[in-house]
Write a protein that binds this ligand. Sequence first.
Ligand code: SAH
Ligand code: SF4
Ligand code: F3S
Length: 448
Amino acid sequence: MTLSKKVFVKSYGCQMNVYDSARMAEILAPLGYRPVDAPDSADLIILNTCHIREKAAEKVYSDLGRLKPIKSERGARIAVAGCVAQAEGEEVLRRAPYVDMVFGPQTYHRLPEMVARVERGAGAVLDTEFPPEPKFDHLPAAEGMSPVSAFLTIQEGCDKFCTFCVVPYTRGAEYSRDVAAVEAEARSLVARGAVELTLLGQNVNAYHGRDDGGAVIGLGELLRRLARIEGLARLRYTTSHPRDADEALIAVHADEPKVMPFLHLPVQSGSDRILAAMNRDHTAKDYRQLVGRLRRARADLALSSDFIVGFPGESEADFAATLELIRDLHFASAFSFKYSPRPGTPAASLDHQVPEPVKDERLQVLQALLREQQDAFNRQSLGRVLPVLFEKPGRHPGQIVGRTPYLHAVHAEAPESWIGTVRDIRLVALGGNSLAGEPITDPERISA
Ligand code: SAH
Ligand code: SF4
Ligand code: F3S
């Protein structure tokens, strides 16, 4: 079939949205839609949105404003998907009445019907249900090449209800895909060229999927089973909650070399008072002990985390406890945010909201410390030889780029035939956003 229509999908927010966007594009292919990477010539524009902080949510409305002329000049259809669609529903249609479709993250398997309806001119579509049928059971198998490093959603939704967070409301209850479905998708991705898989979930280590024998297995066991796939060299998973890191998961870090020694383990705060108010259900000491156990399991494990400054009631002493935790544990990288009150979440109506200038100042102090640690971690990698998985050609001719186990971007002069393979590379210089690397063997002499 000829793909005569064009679809542009823009992802905001987390990696799960990136994964969902790719699946949406795949679902639309049988309807004649070909993905394009700019909105200007598209017949259908899908904004796959994020509601996690106010800034992310408001960005959608300013982008919609910019798309309005495209709609009126060329009659392109506009859809709002993802977490803003789920959380705000009709509000999106009220603020941007020219939008044709608004649908939540659990409905995108219904996209063909929704598009058909809009193409018939049957009016705007609003679908923010949590349908009883799991969307994963209704998605077509993907075709075509997959990237060298691919995402695979194994778990979705969240039952933790941290008091600052919208995810339990936008993504719904925790749901784990069956082991067989995950394995089949993993094998298909590897058969189509993936060498690294990143397992995704809002709370990926809460995974508890059913296998064919009816047993329920956790993330540790799932990683072991996926590691057996031939041609797969690397496994990662994100995002995990400190509460759900069990012995089996720690053990797989110790004895399965395909599981990368780099872990994103958000802690949010180093103050027990704030952790309790956030409903994280662990203390700073629990987190320190967990990191200790993980590092004993895998000595070269590096950590990344998320932090929130200015949660309601956060005092100078609470903030100092967060800095102390960072100084003690050392993070190779981190994301940090000012607390953003979200409608409908318990923390938004707490007293003692922290004034904006205080949040600004704390964020600066926190980020300076985290940057120092990240720079130290990167400097410490210089001169070392690390395995690099090459993913694509670089910006300059003769150059290819890839990643170390710690997700450093590395560029090196090496043959394109190395793309999709893991090579030992000496890291020789720090660039702006990437490290320069040198193959430790003469590339000409290697038969790749
Ligand atoms: N499931 C993950 C986090 C998903 S949201 C976990 O439990 O850790 C990604 C990050 O966004 C969070 O870790 C948190 O640091 C940040 N975040 C979430 N809600 C926020 C809010 N209301 N204000 C500021 N940052 C927020
Ligand atoms: Fe949000 Fe907490 Fe669930 Fe993470 S664990 S998605 S922060 S509610
Ligand atoms: Fe954002 Fe929804 Fe992901 S709120 S962070 S896109 S789960």
